[in-house]
Design a protein around this ligand. Structure first.
Ligand code: ZN
Length: 198
């Protein structure tokens, strides 16, 4: 017979393993909560949302990426960025209240312009002249403005199969990667904006 103290220690160990391997209970509530597929997009107009948008997001590990919760989050983030009423070309997990290093980017440099997901993305280097271009954000209502960004980046990330990958991306798609990766460090395009557009 296993003493009670030992059982509770084992249960505690199991719970701790779940918490550090997968998503937390709070994250699971957001991922699986609400009605329908489209998630609520956090905006700077709300104080609590703003604080979440300004947080540094945590990396995802292989166990979290293999979980059912990840599959649901991925599916719902895609539905959210493709919402015809509030459409975007990219979205980052913190924008739906999940402070994790996960982004979706529309690949305008690929045939069919698909949305693809990137885990723990980092921009290793940038090159080329910074060019100004108009940007907006699902989390910043009613503001568009000009941001100068390099048009060529060296990117490192994990694929959805958690394969460590590096890739060079150019053009407008490179701009989207920079915008979305910024979100993971609590940076918004308005921080980098040269001037607002009327
Ligand atoms: Zn944004």
């Amino acid at each position: 017979m296993i003493p009670f103290a030992k059982i509770s220690a084992l249960l505690f160990a199991a719970a701790a393993a779940t918490a550090c391997g997968g998503f937390s209970d709070d994250e699971r509530r957001i991922i699986n909560g609400g009605e329908g597929e489209i998630m609520r997009v956090l905006t700077t107009a709300d104080r609590d949302d703003s604080l979440t948008l300004r947080r540094i997001s945590a990396p995802l590990d292989e166990k979290a990426v293999a979980s059912d919760d990840f599959a649901v989050l991925r599916r719902r983030m895609l539905a959210t960025v493709r919402n015809p009423l509030n459409e975007g070309v990219g979205i980052a997990a913190p924008q739906v209240g999940i402070s994790r290093r996960l982004i979706a980017v529309q690949r305008f440099d690929k045939a069919g312009e698909p949305f693809e997901f990137y885990i723990n993305p980092e921009i290793l280097s940038v090159s080329g002249e910074a060019e100004e271009g108009p940007e907006g954000c699902l989390s910043v209502d009613g503001v568009r403005g000009s941001v100068a960004r390099p048009r060529r980046i060296e990117l490192r990330y994990r694929t959805e199969r958690f394969v460590d990958t590096t890739e060079t991306v150019e053009g407008f798609t490179a701009v989207i990667f920079q915008h979305e990766t910024d979100h993971l460090d609590g940076v918004l395009f308005i921080d980098r904006m040269e001037r607002a557009e009327n």
